[in-house]
Design a protein around this ligand. Structure first.
Ligand code: ADP
Ligand code: MG
Length: 239
């Protein structure tokens, strides 16, 4: 682990801000966030609703750009990348899991999971094989041809995790991944994310409202009013 600590962080943010403009009114969602997240870490981002958690996740996930400040993802300063470069970084390095799954409802689980590989130019046979393996890894080998609209919430979130995994990302970002699930399905999804971290060494950064979920991560970053209020290592969870 010493090597990873010494290496290039997965994320390095210096004084990140993000303001939204809404009908002439500016909302400062992030007001100067600095952090480092290393490869292989497990991190929970916690804080009240509206504190800027999703905004931060979208920046880390290269789904959005900061208003000011510096963000390096795997060593690359995102301000030096054009939109295509940002999309490529996102597609190669990062898997994103959303609270509301964001799957194509009428497309099979297999094709949903294979989709990121289309953008990478992977051939059809390999796409299908890799998607099948990713679905197998989340316990859905028997659901390849099902559509999300025919699946339970827990199954849909597992499909979304398989889609996040199919490109072999170094980091998985999950924004309230259990927010729309009952506690049993939530625990299953958390178990899969924890496994990813411990067995595959993938860094997992997740937003949660639930204390138990937050405490299962090794590190907790508390966000309030667009700032990091506290950054603690509990020492109990996986790395
Ligand atoms: N696209 C947007 N346009 C305008 N304001 C936004 C947008 N997204 C978020 N906000 C505002 O930014 C603040 C932080 O939001 P968000 O990052 O979603 O918080 P959280 O995920 O912690 O609930 C809130 O005040 C929210 O209303
Ligand atoms: Mg949010």
């Amino acid at each position: 682990m010493i090597f990873e600590e010494a290496g290039v962080p997965a994320f390095e943010a210096v004084n990140l801000t993000r303001s939204y403009r809404l009908e002439g009114v500016s909302v400062d969602a992030l007001r100067g966030v600095s952090l480092r997240i290393h490869h292989g870490e497990s991190v929970a981002i916690v804080g009240p609703s509206g504190s800027g958690k999703s905004t931060l996740m979208h920046l880390l996930g290269c789904l959005d750009r900061p208003t000011s400040g510096t963000l390096r993802v795997d060593g690359a300063d995102v301000s030096t990348l054009d939109d295509a470069g940002l999309a490529e970084l996102r597609n190669k390095a990062i898997g994103f899991v959303f609270q509301s799954f964001h799957l194509l409802g009428r497309t099979s689980a297999l094709d949903n999971v294979a989709l990121p590989l289309v953008y990478r130019g992977v051939g059809r046979a390999e796409r299908r094989e890799r998607a099948r393996r990713a679905l197998e890894a989340v316990g859905l080998a028997h659901r390849l041809d099902h559509r999300p609209s025919q699946m339970s919430g827990g199954e849909q979130q597992r499909v979304a995790i398989a889609r996040a995994l199919v490109g072999d990302p170094k980091v998985v970002l999950a924004d309230e991944p259990t927010g729309n699930l009952d506690s049993r399905n939530g625990q299953e999804v958390m178990g899969i994310l924890a496994d990813l971290n411990t067995a595959r060494g993938v860094a997992v950064v997740l937003v949660t409202h639930e204390r138990e979920v937050a405490e299962a991560a090794r590190r907790q970053i508390h966000v309030r009013d667009g700032l990091i209020e506290r950054d603690t290592v509990s020492g109990t969870g996986p790395r």
